[in-house]
Structure formats: C-alpha cells, structure tokens
Design a protein around this ligand. Sequence first.
Ligand code: AGP
Length: 592
Amino acid sequence: MCGIVGYTGKRKAVFILLEALERLEYRGYDSSGVALLEDGRIFVDKKVGKIRELIKSLWGKELNATTGIGHTRWATHGGVCELNAHPHTDGQGRFALVHNGIIENYRELKEYLLSRGVKYVSETDTEAIVHLISLNYEGDLLKAVLKVLPMLKGAYAFAVISSMEPNRIVGVRYGSPLVVGLGEGENFLASDIPALIPFTKKVIPLEDGEIADLTPDGVSIYDFEGNLKVKESITVHWDLLSAEKGGFKHFMLKEIFEQPRVVADTIKGYISRDYELPFSLKDFRRIVITACGTSYHAGLIGKYWLEKFVGIPVEVSYASELRYSDTPVGEGDLVIAISQSGETADTRFSALSAKEKGAVLLSIVNVMGSALSRESDYTLYTHAGPEIGVAATKTFTCQLAVLFSLAISEHPERENLINQLLKVPNLMEEVLSKAEGIKEVALNYSQKKNLLYLGRYLSYPVALEGALKLKEISYIHAEGYPAGEMKHGPIALIDQHMPVVVVAPKDRVYEKILSNIEEVLARKGIVISVGFEGDENLKKLSKDFIEIPQVVEELSPFLTVLPLQLFAYYIADYLGLDVDQPRNLAKTVTVE
Ligand code: AGP
C-alpha cells in the first residue's frame, strides 16, 4: 500500500514532496522516489529503502522545480530494487507516474505494449500505465488519461505529469485512496490526510471513478467520462502536533499513552443522547461484523457486548473470508464494518457486497472522509486522531469505546453502564503509570522465539490482540488462543521454555482460567499473567504478574490490552527494531 504525493505551486516542490512522503512512510517503505518538472524536462530520482536514502541522494542538488510527484513503495509486483521503484517513466522523459494499487491485467497490457515496440524495463504492473498514456497522448494529459482508464483492471490511484505540460498534475482514484489538498496559488495530492496536514486543512477526498486535474491556480474534478463534477471540500481538525512524536521515542509509544485521552474523547461523542441511530438494533435479525487484523479483534469483543446487551446473534468474520464465502448476508441484517483507515480493501469490498445484497451497512472508522465512511449507510467515528505507528493501539481501544456505547445504547441499565465507562480513562492512566514495571517483565522474554497468549470470554480477543502486537513489531512468533481450547492441541507446545501470557481478570470465567494455568504449570510452562490488583492467587501461580485496577467484567478489555501493547513495544524496542514501521507491513492495506 504505497503512498503517493503531488505538488504544483510557487514553492520548490522537492521539499514539499519529501516532507509529505515522510508522513506517508507508514504506508510502505521498500523504496521511494520523486519526479520534478523543470524547464520542460522531467528529473527523476529514486532510491531503495527509507525516504532518508532519497533525501541523502537529493541533498545539495539545485532543484527549483515547482511541480512534482513522489512515491513511497510497498512492493506488490517486482522485487525491492531501484528499477521497480516509482516514479516510472515512458522512457523518453515525456511522462512520469506514481501509483498505489494493483493493475490486475498488466500482463496482457505488457504484451500489447511490447507488440507496439515499447521497451518495458521494470517488473512492475505500474509501468504499463505510463506507456499507455504516452501512446495515447495528443497534446492533452487529461484526455490521454481518459483514453487509458477503460483499459485498466484492478485497484489504483495514480498521479502523472508530462514535460509538455508544466505545472499540471493529473490524479486518478479507483479503489485506492487519493485526497486533494487546496492551497492559495498551490495545490496538493496525497494518498491520505496526514501528509497534507502541514500544508492545508482544506481537503477533497476523491471517490472511486474520479480524476483531479491540478494546476497552481485551481483543481478540477472529473468523472471517468470526462464530465466536470462539483465537489465540496472538508476541513480536517487534526493538528500538526497530533502527527508528531511529542517527545516519545516512537509514535507507537506516544499513541499507547494517548489512549486515556482519546478514549475519553470518543466516549464523550456517544454518551450524549444526540447520536441516536435512526433505527433500533433490535430491528435486525442478526449483526454481521466484518474487519481485518486488530479491527477484527475489536469486533470479537463487540460481539460479546452486543449479544449481552442487545440479545441478537452476532457473527464476526475475517473480511477477506466473508468476501468470497457463501455466507447468506442481506435483508434484515446489520453489517458493521470496522476499520481505522476506512480504506482496507478486504473490509470495504466485503461490506459493499453485503450492502448490495440488502444489508444495512454501519461502519466504525477513524479517518474522516475515507472510502468506507462515504460508502456506508451510517458511520460512527472513533476520535483517536491520526495513528502513525503501523501497529494499531489507540484506534483499538477507541473502537471498543464505540462498540460498547453502541451495545448499551438501548439498554435499561444504560445510565449505570455509562457511569462505569466514564471511569475507564482514569483506570487506563493507572495501568500506564506502571509502564516501567511492565518493561522489566517484558525484557525477560526478549530472547524467546515463541509465546502463547491465552484468554477466555472477553479476554480471548485480547489474547489474540496481544499476540498480534508481538508478532507485528518484534517478529517473535506468538499465538493467541481460547484458554479452554489449549488442551485440545496447543498444550503439546508447552514445556519449561514456553512463556504463556494469560489474561485473567476476575470475571465469570476466572475459576476456569485458573485451572488452565494449572494445566500450563503441570507442563512446566512459564506463566506471565495480567490480573486485578491484589489477586494473590494469580500472583502465586505466575512467574510474572502484571496487575491492573479492578473494573466491572464487561470493561476489562480496555485495561487488560494495555500491558500487552507495552509488553510487545518494549521487546521490539529492546531488540532495536523499527517499531513504527515493521518489516513487510503497511498501515493501510488497500489491495486484496
Ligand atoms: C494492526 O496493528 C495492523 N496494523 C493491521 O492488522 C490492521 O489492524 C488491519 O490492517 C486493519 O486495518 P484497518 O483497521 O485500517 O482496516
């Protein structure tokens, strides 16, 4: 899921492009590059690795261009090398193009281009687009792009410049995100909003099937037939600081410590009566939750709450599985799509196909103006602010805040439950104030190659989330498992070398989880437990006991997940890994 940017205006484009690319680096960091329009010529520079390699390469070069495009890559087609890095050109220096997405029919297009004598130099799908534009160019970049679009299959957002048309950028969105940023005498393009925050707060998120034609003096939006469209801009309320590290070593650590505040902000938006949903959850025969990764784990917790407080069946599906399964979803169903980015392809397309079959689509999203928020019947926003660390943390607990508020929205005990919920941010502060202690525990396990995470009931998805965090940022294999299931197989993994993280707040399954801990100890497993303060039983059974303040059973996930986030963070940081941009990952997964 690459990041693309564009700038045309009065200022030196190279500085704008590099700053914007740095803010998009969480979308992919295999290679990066820029193309600058100067004196009727296109200057291209691209480097493998982080953007700092590109900055080093451009350092000291006299680059006065005021129009350009840039790219940071997450490799899908073709290895990580300079030849496959973007921008791609037509080979005669007339056109340069950056792309995010996948052109599924690029092999046929490549055959066609080779048959037209085109020299195809890279292993990428993207290169096909710039050659097609070059072949169809008759003096107007927009017209050439309009001719090429019907030939492309797949998901894409791309930006293209031409040496024959200085100060002009054409950007296209179909499946992958693209946002226009509006300035005074200058205009911007980017894959998502954080890249634009330093330059403008006025943005136009493009919809699928839209083209933006940028010059310094204006932006025109067209559909794929070339018809002019009138679009409203929206004002982003995220400030620059929220996209800075604020003195923390990593964005992930900052975002972990932001949770009490952003969960309080999110709760605030949902405890007042004025967010009434124009329907009762009880109107539906069933709720189907679709999501990926951490958002899927939030969905699993949402299921327990919705079934408890609303009393209708809830199914939770991995979006990539629901998308192509024969699960009957449609009339009478409420589909809840959970996605921090609002752009995850698996989640979007599984939700859209359910909507097409007649289901009502409600999305829980963090990014304003994102595709899912525009495509859903209703959207509930988490107010987490921009999340820059690839590993989701604050958006997870904010998703929990929305799901819990939704689940209790019609419950007779709503007032009392809200009062319990309002205590959560302070209790989260208490847990985070013990971070140093959690760090000490975590470092004891930094050399381990495998860990097992166990939980029951609401703590089972928390165990899954803890394992995912460790895998994502420390590259240590970890598996989350329902504790009751362990004896049906994974218990075979346990010996005196296997650390087992057990999430064990005192809830309806507490006694059961204590027996599971006994089963682990019987095989000499190493128990690290997360439990309520003063729980001497659990403490006695554990090699390491991480205590959290008491809370009503329904709300324990808000607290039990925090030590697991920190546990993973401190191990990854100790191992000297790139915590904010772990290998092979990207913040927003816009291809299937
Ligand atoms: C979580 O830390 C990961 N970044 C990843 O699993 C993520 O949760 C998943 O890609 C879903 O992203 P979304 O919430 O933006 O849809």
